[in-house]
Design a protein around this ligand. Structure first.
Ligand SMILES: *Cc1c(COP(=O)(O)O)cnc(C)c1O
Length: 385
C-alpha cells in the first residue's frame, strides 16, 4: 500500500499554517459547557463560548432533555416530511413563531443548515442576493450554493446596498444580513435595510444567531429595534444563548410552506432528535421568565467596557461579543495563550475568519462580577506587554 501523494500536499499546507500562526486545533473539555469549564484537569473561566445565558447545563433544561428522551426516545428516524415530525416539535415551532412575532416557523438541526435552507430554498439562477461583506461564513456558502448572483456591500453600508438594489434586474431579490455580527458584536442597520427592501421589492433575511435570547427581552434583535414586516424572514440559532442545539426560521405561512417544499437542507436530512425540542421548550421557559440572567449579562457587558475603555481598542458592541483588535496574528495567539495559562479561556480569532486578528471575548450571565473584574485585570496585564 502506498501513501496517496495528496497527503504530502496536506502536510505541507498544515506546516505552512503552523509557521504563520494560523494552525487550528481543539481543546478537549472534561466538563459540561459553562462559565467555568475543565480542560486537561484545570478549571478555567470560560470567556469564549456562546452560551450567553448559561443555559447549556441548566438543571431544568437538562431535566427536560432527559424527560424528552424517556417520552420520545432518541432518534427521529426520518426527515420531517417522511415520518420524523413529532408533536413536541410542532409545539416548539408554534411557540418559536409566536416568540418571533411571526405566523409560522420550522426548526433545523443547525444554524448552518438553516442558512443553506433559506437561501437555496428561496433564490436560484436569475435571482440576486445582497450581502454584507462580513456576514457569517454559512451565509456565504449558502449564497454560493444557491447559484443566485452575489452582490456584496461594505459592512453596514446602506447607501452601497441601495446602489446595488437600484441597478439590479434580477427576478427575486434577497437581502442577507447578520443581525448581530458574530466576530464584531455590532448590530446591522436593519430599519434602513427594511425600508430598502420595501422600495426595491426585496425580501430581507436576518440571521439573529447572537441576538436571540440576549436582545429585545430575549426575543432578539427585531424586538430590540421594534421592527416587524412580512418581508422579513427571521432565523435564530438555538445552540448559543438558548444553550441547546439547532435553529429556527420564522416567517409568513406561505414562506414557511414554500421552504418545506423547496429547501433541500430541510427535506433531505433526518430530523433532529425530538428530545432536543423538549429541551428547547424548557430553555424558552427560562429565557422568558428568568429576566435576571439577561440583566446580569448586560451588567457584565457594561462592566467590561467601562474597565477597558481607556486601555484598549473596543468595538462598538452592546452585545455579549466584545472583541479586542490586535496588531497581528502572532500577538493574538500569544495573548490568548498567556490568558489561558492564567486560567482565562479566550479565543484568538484569525484570518480567514476575520480580516483583522482579534481576541473574541464573550461575556456570560453565569459569570460573577468578580470573575469579570479578574478578566479585565488580567487583560490589562497581558495587553501591556
Ligand atoms: C453560529 C452561527 C451560525 C451557525 O449556527 P450553528 O447552529 O452553530 O450551525 C450561523 N450564523 C451565525 C451568525 C452564527 O454566529
Amino acid at each position: 500500500m502506498s501513501t496517496p501523494s495528496l497527503f504530502q500536499e496536506f502536510a505541507v499546507d498544515l506546516a505552512e499554517r503552523k509557521n504563520n500562526h494560523l494552525y487550528r486545533s481543539r481543546r478537549v473539555l472534561d466538563s459540561p459547557q459553562g462559565a467555568r469549564v475543565t480542560v486537561a484537569g484545570r478549571e478555567l473561566l470560560n470567556f469564549c463560548s456562546n452560551d450567553y445565558l448559561g443555559l447549556a447545563n441548566h438543571p431544568s433544561v437538562v431535566a427536560a432533555a432527559q424527560a424528552g428522551a424517556a417520552r420520545w426516545g432518541v432518534g427521529s428516524g426520518a426527515s420531517h416530511l417522511v415520518a420524523g415530525h413529532f408533536a413536541v416539535e410542532q409545539a416548539l415551532e408554534e411557540r418559536l413563531a409566536a416568540w418571533a412575532g411571526k405566523p409560522a416557523a420550522i426548526t433545523l438541526s443547525t444554524g448552518y443548515m438553516a442558512n443553506l435552507a433559506v437561501v437555496t430554498g428561496l433564490v436560484g439562477r436569475g435571482d440576486a442576493v445582497f450581502a454584507d461583506k462580513i456576514n457569517h461564513a454559512s451565509l456565504n456558502d449558502a449564497m454560493a450554493l444557491s447559484r443566485a448572483e452575489v452582490k456584496r456591500f461594505a459592512h453596514s453600508d446602506v447607501a452601497a446596498l441601495e446602489r446595488l438594489l437600484a441597478a439590479s434586474t434580477a427576478k427575486r431579490k434577497l437581502i442577507i444580513v447578520d443581525a448581530v455580527f458574530s466576530m464584531d458584536g455590532d448590530i446591522a442597520p436593519l430599519a434602513e435595510m427594511l425600508a430598502l427592501a420595501e422600495t426595491y421589492d426585496a425580501l430581507l433575511y436576518i440571521d439573529d444567531a447572537h441576538g436571540f435570547g440576549v436582545l429585545g427581552d430575549g426575543r432578539g434583535t427585531l424586538a430590540e429595534l421594534g421592527l416587524a414586516s412580512p418581508r422579513i424572514i427571521y432565523m435564530a440559532t438555538l445552540g448559543k444563548a438558548a444553550g441547546v442545539a439547532g435553529a429556527y426560521i420564522a416567517a409568513e405561512q406561505v414562506v414557511i410552506d414554500y421552504l418545506i417544499n423547496t429547501a433541500k437542507p430541510y427535506i433531505y436530512t433526518t430530523a433532529a432528535p425530538p428530545l432536543i425540542a423538549a429541551a428547547m421548550l424548557a430553555s424558552l421557559d427560562v429565557i422568558e421568565s428568568d429576566t435576571a440572567r439577561r440583566e446580569t449579562l448586560h451588567r457584565h457587558i457594561a462592566q467590561f467596557r467601562a474597565a477597558l475603555a481607556n486601555s484598549c481598542e473596543l468595538l462598538p458592541s452592546r452585545t455579549a461579543i466584545q472583541p479586542i483588535i490586535l496588531p497581528d496574528v502572532e500577538t493574538a495567539v500569544k495573548v490568548s495563550q498567556a490568558l489561558f495559562d492564567a486560567g482565562f479561556w479566550v479565543a484568538a480569532i484569525r484570518p480567514p475568519t476575520v480580516p483583522t486578528p482579534r481576541l473574541r471575548l464573550v461575556l456570560n450571565a453565569a459569570h460573577t462580577d468578580k470573575e469579570v473584574a479578574a478578566l479585565c485585570n488580567m487583560l490589562q496585564l497581558v495587553l501591556s506587554y
